[in-house]
Each structure stands twice: as C-alpha cells, then as structure tokens.
Design a protein. Structure first.
Length: 80
C-alpha cells in the first residue's frame, strides 16, 4: 500500500506554538499531535505542517507487444 510522504514543518509556526526543534518534530511530520515544550497545549500537525503529498504510481514496461491482462490491470490509474 502506498505511503504518504512525511509532512514539512513550518519551523516559525512550531516555535510560535512552543515546540522547539527536536524529537517532537518527527511526530508532527508523521501526522501525530504533540504537547508543546511547556506541556500546556496540544499542537496538532495541521497547525504547523504543510499538507501531505499523496504518493504517485509510476509504471515502466518493456517489450510491450501484447500486454497480458493481469499486467494491464496493475497499470491502471498510474500517474506516470
């Protein structure tokens, strides 16, 4: 199953909400909420990260004369 990429942290927003660079950034990037460094507020990933980029499906076929049906099915909905 395709995995979404880790989100990108807006460091300025995170610092403004009380989360300094460190281990908590990894959790936020993965989409999990964390407590700020003062432990007074929960910071949600959507507050400090850009939207996650959905994965893309790429297909590369060689010698394509007569593509078998099962292989053609695997190629459906490919982005590239």
């Amino acid at each position: 199953e395709p995995q979404t990429q880790l989100r990108k942290i807006d460091v300025d927003k995170a610092k403004a909400l009380g989360v300094k660079p460190g281990r908590k950034y990894k959790m936020l990037k993965a989409g999990f909420p964390v407590m700020n460094d003062d432990e007074t507020r929960q910071v949600e990933p959507d507050e400090v990260t850009a939207p996650a980029i959905p994965p893309r499906k790429a297909v590369f076929l060689g010698d394509c004369k007569g593509i078998p049906l099962p292989m053609a099915g695997l190629c459906q909905n490919a982005d590239l």
